[in-house]
Design a protein around this ligand. Structure first.
Ligand SMILES: NC(=O)c1ccc[n+]([C@@H]2O[C@H](COP(=O)([O-])OP(=O)(O)OC[C@H]3O[C@@H](n4cnc5c(N)ncnc54)[C@H](OP(=O)(O)O)[C@@H]3O)[C@@H](O)[C@H]2O)c1
Length: 365
């Protein structure tokens, strides 16, 4: 394998260690190579802390002058929560910089590379660019589309049911699949459910893998029916809860009670129901870069219709429960023609114990 591919792969591996902690920043990895040896390497650990390049160059055991630097994302050139990475690359007299993906943050977008070149440092871009972009698909979406990356997740039986006709849904899938869901909860910044699911299951919507970050919990609740005694409200002080309601049709007293219990209430302009597109804009404004939608069929149908779903994870259990009234993952009125179906692309399939996880992306027409 060519050296620069090998070093960029290593930088990607390092970047991966920040997964779940860097939001709304990207994951970034960096490798410093001198005379054919890696003399330092690091990654962006958490939002607000040093970037990968600054970590790798600050804690370098040897003098990095004349070394080559490999980084998965274009070095930043602006003062944010930390100083520009281009400064330290110039100051440490790096000989050559290799970049994976270009940054789409308008504060950087090509300027980082230009500053380095202006200082006489040759820069080669586009090394494993596709892998580097894919690793940060949430970040690029957040920057380029100006709304959070929307991910729909559901677990269904082989006959397409997410619960039995009587409502029992514990559990559709086995342990390995449920553990995989918790990985997603630890990675995406927020989790969204409809009030139907909250009333039926009284879920916690947290991440149960020790040491991982919990998502902000969002309930689409047009009329603020969220019970004060629900587990969500009872734990709102520890893990944030947002209740998103419609413009009217709710009791101001209930809104005050929820707020007093630590719940943030977002009032959207929806006349009868929470306006999901507007809610996504509001979450974006609050620097929430991604939303994992774990609703029932009604919320999922509305999310698809609103065009806010970018990726789907369908967990499929090889068992059948039947029942014309048993809920399915996407309800609503549905479409009339198969040719108009919301089709996934770049589909992947993963086996998890007895179950399967099928994931893919949705294009917006
Ligand atoms: N297996 C799984 O993966 C899985 C996951 C989740 C849920 N479930 C099951 O799904 C069932 C619940 O399904 P559900 O369809 O009743 O619940 P849901 O989709 O979670 O919630 C539906 C409710 O959300 C509210 N809502 C707010 N804004 C909305 C909008 N813009 N569009 C549509 N709805 C909006 C509506 O109530 P208001 O009008 O009062 O706001 C609506 O009735 C339960 O049996 C649960 O166990 C299974």
């Amino acid at each position: 394998m060519e050296d620069k591919i090998r070093y960029m792969r290593r930088a990607l591996e390092l970047a991966e260690q920040g997964r779940g902690w860097t939001s709304p920043n990207p994951m970034v990895g960096c490798v410093v190579v001198k005379e054919g040896r890696i003399i330092s390497e690091d990654y962006h650990h958490r939002c607000g802390e040093f970037h990968a390049e600054r970590n790798a160059l600050t804690y370098c055991a040897e003098d990095p002058a004349d070394a080559d630097l490999y980084v998965t994302l274009e070095p930043c050139c602006h003062y944010g929560k930390t100083p520009p990475c281009t400064d330290i690359i110039i100051e440490k007299k790096i000989r050559h910089v290799y970049v994976g993906a270009m940054d789409s943050n308008p504060l950087v977008a090509g300027k980082g590379v230009q500053i380095l070149r202006d200082h006489g440092i040759p820069v080669e871009t586009g090394i494993l660019a596709e892998e580097c972009r894919r690793q940060n698909e949430v970040f690029f979406h957040y920057m380029e589309k100006n709304r959070p990356f929307g991910v729909m997740k559901y677990a269904m039986t082989l006959d397409g049911k997410i619960a039995c006709a009587g409502g029992d849904s514990r559990w559709v899938t086995g342990e390995a699949a449920r553990r995989h869901v918790h990985e997603l909860r630890g990675y995406y910044r927020s989790i969204m459910a409809g009030i139907g699911t909250v009333l039926a299951d009284d879920p916690m919507l947290n991440c149960r893998i020790p040491g991982r970050r919990n998502p902000v919990r969002v309930v689409c609740d047009s009329r603020l029916r969220l019970p004060l005694e629900s587990r969500l409200v009872q734990t709102a002080g520890e893990i944030p809860v947002i209740a998103a309601c419609a413009a009217a049709g709710w009791d101001p007293e209930k809104k005050r009670a929820l707020e007093a219990a630590g719940v943030t209430v977002i009032v959207t302009g929806g006349e009868e129901m929470t306006d999901l597109a507007e809610l996504m804009q509001e979450l974006h404004r609050r620097e929430i870069d991604s939303v994992l939608m774990e609703g029932g069929g009604r919320m999922h149908a509305a999310a698809l219709a609103a065009g806010i779903v970018d990726k789907v994870y369908a967990y499929i259990a090889p068992k059948m429960v039947g029942g014309a009234d048993a809920p399915s993952p996407v309800e609503g009125a549905g479409i009339r023609k198969m040719a108009d179906a919301a089709a996934l692309h770049d589909v992947e399939i993963l086996r998890l114990g007895e179950d399967w996880c099928l994931s893919g992306y949705l294009s917006h027409k």
